[in-house]
Design a protein around this ligand. Sequence first.
Ligand code: F6P
Length: 547
Amino acid sequence: MLARQTLASWKKLNQLAQDKKSQHMNTLFAEDSKRFDKFSIELPRLLLDYSKNLIDDETMATLLKLAEETEVTAWREKMFSGEKINKTEHRAVLHTALRRHSDEPLVVDGENVTDHVQQQLAKMEAFVNKVRQGHWLGYSGKRITDIVNIGVGGSNLGPQMVTEALKHYSDNSVNVHYVSNVDGAQIVEILRPLDPEKVLFIVSSKTFTTTETMTNARTAINWLTSSSFDEKSVAKHFVAVTANKENAMSFGIQADNIFDMWDWVGGRFSLWSAIGLPIALDLGFDQFRALLDGAHEMDQHFLSAPLAENMPVIMALLSVWNTTFLGARSQAILPYDQTLHMLSAYLQQAEMESNGKSVTWDGDEVDYATVPSIWGELGINGQHAFYQYLHQSNNVVPADFIGSVASVTPVKGHHETLMSNFFAQTQALMTGVDEEQVRADLKAKGRTDAYIDTVAPHKVHKGNRPTNTLLLKRIDPTTLGSLIALYEHKIFVQGIVLQICSFDQWGVELGKGLAAKIQHELESNTIDPGHDCSTENLLRFYKKASQ
Ligand code: F6P
């Protein structure tokens, strides 16, 4: 495999980046009135406007050439067909199989994956209906009113983000709660008002070894059995979702109550599997299927649209352009709808755990910037907090603005205020305002020359800050499914272009191993002499202060 820097397109992009750094988007817009037509993609449920990036025809053509030279389409085929593209774990990557239709078989290693998925969906549906219709009863014969999902990372963020985003589609048959932190404060607060006779726990863990989840699950079992005085009550109040059935069973979960996961679903791509149970319990199974259908729609677009009109491909190439070639080191995710308040946290894991790496899939150190750090908040709150930095700091932060045309809860005047800010911000970030204009505006307001001299430099906005605008028609299960799948495929393409294995996460292991050792030290009288003096003294201070 050729090193990325040796590709003709890569070399050309390096040159173009040098030229572009001295250009302003205002000029590009002035020179080309067709920018929006050229640099936007409209799909039935959403529109992407990427014209407010520091790009022109040549840049885009070269980025698309990069996608060709890095064989994005061939890799896409490998992923969808179940080749083991997760090289370091020797696994297929098939979250897309979770939303395939039942009449679309996919044979991998001699087995029809679609059949397994459909069986599992049928098991989920039967369970969901039983709980929601009040036929699944707790140990004392009462119906279940509350679901507590125990999981962390991919076994928490996806379902919780979706539950929050689609709250308005819930019929409140059950209340859904999420426990992810091993800080006991969270589980204690969540369980405090609940009645053990009416609670169903879902222990979600692909590996069923994650310390935080296991600790919370043990506490939940103790909470239940100290009320029921009966170990057997666990069977009526605990289900698990895992690829490690053995561990779940030795933990005390009944075999029938275990939903499968497969090694070919990465945790951060797993909300489409039984990890999505809390979503289905909250919204009903039809809505869960609509979410899968939306993702499937995006899969079809990703598979069939030419690269130049392919939304995930374009978004990935723009991220590589802004980061690897233009030097941005972070990217903001700025949803405007309240319902999407967890989207940035979700995408943080999706992108940073996938591509936050510095060796290629062959293990060679890369000498180019890979992915930016992802951060963000609800845009409207951000405007009154960190947008100062976005507009005027000397660090350029490309941003994705995400909004919807229809409001799920229309309240007179609110949505217009929200969306006028949404549109104004990308415009302001792009156009900026120069000193001449600032001075003219102040003069027109009758300000003195002395005042103008003092204030004018502070009011200059250089602009030229890249943004993508994603405008959804409305936030509903299908559209949300499409939006999430869009980012999943963007992340995949980024990984291919940057030659990174996006589907492992070795970087989380070192800290986990050290924490296990330190936990032993905290629970005993020993402190390992092998620690550095900072860690050793922190441990000593902690132990002394907690005596
Ligand atoms: O430690 C990171 C991680 O392995 C994530 O990749 C994963 O989503 C999360 O922990 C939870 O893992 P599990 O589902 O196995 O408990």
